[in-house]
Design a protein around this ligand. Structure first.
Ligand code: IFM
Length: 452
């Protein structure tokens, strides 16, 4: 049966997403800031004033409202709130209050992240998440933020992609603190599990109700790359299958297992974490790409696996990441089957400085969300990554994820919506992806998606 548009449920949240350190600017008491000063960012930049969201938030919120976006995901930076151990910065928290109040005035659905990889320097200096005290210090910070700002969020993200710093920082050595240690990966993962479970409990104890009077919604924005193998022949293929098995467990299956069952997964080990079972009210999904793990004996630094290669003919983004929309549908399905909890797409997007790929990427991924909705999976909304070009960690400002273009070296940091920002605006206003949009931007899926 042919259909003319992909309609989304009433109240579906059409939002955009950011992380504090990547847009605010001036996060000078943080470990990432310190690391950037060592000249280790690929394009030679530092986060610096970033997109100056800290001062230009009103202008940004007005632009989002003009574009008819309905939701916004932002982060609170621990290093700003507690730049020195035990010293909470009242000005910073009041400033966050103004930012959140402005979002509320615009009636955005607010999704608030408490930890997005970055920590204060004093925490890094005491050993970061390897120091058993760090979880307690994080909880003291979280408690403070919940007390001060807990009336604002519609959705809480306790941790953004906890397994990313655990793997990238402690196992693959690409992020600070640049370790190559399985033991450190496991210890950091366990610390994040404890931090999440306790923060979940705190939020429900202090703010059982969301601003609209319904139960508070607390979760994690979990990164779910779709992991496959390159399918090399012979022993290389065996090794790839083994690596993929471990990678899936290390990246998300181990974590999900522990949350679902309450039993610690072998990949993380350690004793049971009190309060961890079922500590999700919704499942946050960050989805971008597929990884095809390829045996490469030159990559001793990556345990002989190249995870960045795309099979011939597969389109890639400015990051070199494979475009694989079907992976979003498959991820949603498996997360749903695992948890049976409502799903929020907390991130999805593409680095594309020309904006040539983004419209199709957007439409094809939304079509996969629609497909899952049609099968009855409750998906609450979609927060596109990112609202604005931002500081993309170790790759700097060169990789452009924004619906809104900002040149980081422009003295005025002028915000210029890309064509896809308007396309997303039209989708939000119509609450639908229309036939016209699909024909214009993703003609190759017309037959499969619209059933012609
Ligand atoms: O920019 C990041 C974000 O901070 C976490 N998720 C993936 C994004 C793109 O790499």
């Amino acid at each position: 049966m042919s259909t003319d548009s992909l309609n989304f449920p009433d109240h579906f949240i059409w939002g955009t997403s950011t992380g504090g350190h990547q847009v605010e600017g001036g996060n000078e008491f943080s470990d990432w800031w310190a690391w950037e000063q060592k000249g280790l960012i690929a394009d030679g930049t530092v986060s610096g004033r970033a997109m100056d969201y800290w001062r230009r938030y009103e202008e940004d919120h007005a632009l989002m409202a003009k574009l008819a976006y309905k939701g916004f995901r932002l982060g609170i930076e621990w290093a700003r709130v507690e730049p020195q151990k035990g010293c909470f910065n009242r000005d910073a928290i009041e400033h966050y209050r103004r930012i959140l109040q402005s979002l509320r005035n615009h009636k955005f659905i607010i999704c608030l992240t408490l930890h997005h990889w970055v920590k204060p320097i004093w925490v890094a200096d005491q050993g970061g998440w390897l120091n058993p005290d760090t979880v307690n210090h994080f909880l003291r910070y979280a408690n403070f933020v919940i007390d001060e700002l807990g009336a604002f969020p519609d959705y809480w993200v306790t941790l953004n992609e906890p397994m990313a710093p655990a793997i990238m920082g402690n196992f693959l050595g690409r992020f600070p603190p640049h370790r190559h240690s399985i033991k450190a990966y496991r210890a950091v993962s366990r610390a994040f599990l404890r931090a999440h479970a306790e923060t979940y409990r705190l939020i429900h104890a202090k703010h059982p109700l969301a601003p609209d009077g319904t139960r508070s919604m607390v979760g994690v924005a979990m990164a779910y790359p779709w992991i496959e193998t390159w399918n090399s022949p012979g022993p290389a293929g065996w090794y790839e299958r083994f690596a993929a098995f471990i990678a899936r467990r290390a990246a998300f299956e181990g974590w999900d297992h522990t949350i679902r069952t309450g039993n610690p997964h072998w990949i993380h080990g350690g004793p049971a974490v009190a309060g961890i079972q079922n500590s999700y009210d919704y499942c946050g999904i960050n989805y971008y790409t597929r990884a095809s793990l390829k045996y490469d004996r030159r990559r001793g630094d990556q345990y002989w696996i190249d995870d960045a290669k795309a099979p011939p003919g597969v389109e890639v983004t400015q990051m070199g990441w494979q475009i694989y929309p079907e992976g979003l549908y498959r991820t949603i399905r498996s997360v749903w089957e695992r948890f049976r909890k409502p799903i929020l797409i907390t991130e999805n997007g593409i680095a594309d400085d020309t904006d040539k790929q983004r419209p199709r990427y957007l439409i094809e991924h939304l079509a996969q969300i629609h497909r899952a909705l049609q099968e009855g999976i409750p998906i609450l909304g979609y927060y596109h990554w990112s609202f604005v070009d931002n500081f993309e960690w170790q790759t700097g400002f060169a990789k452009r994820f924004g619906l809104i273009c900002v040149q980081h070296d422009d003295p005025d940091l002028i915000r210029v919506p890309r064509p896809s920002a308007y396309l997303y605006s039209e989708i939000a206003q119509k609450n639908a992806v229309t036939r016209k949009m699909i024909e214009a931007y993703a003609p190759e899926i017309v037959a499969t998606i619209l059933g012609d």
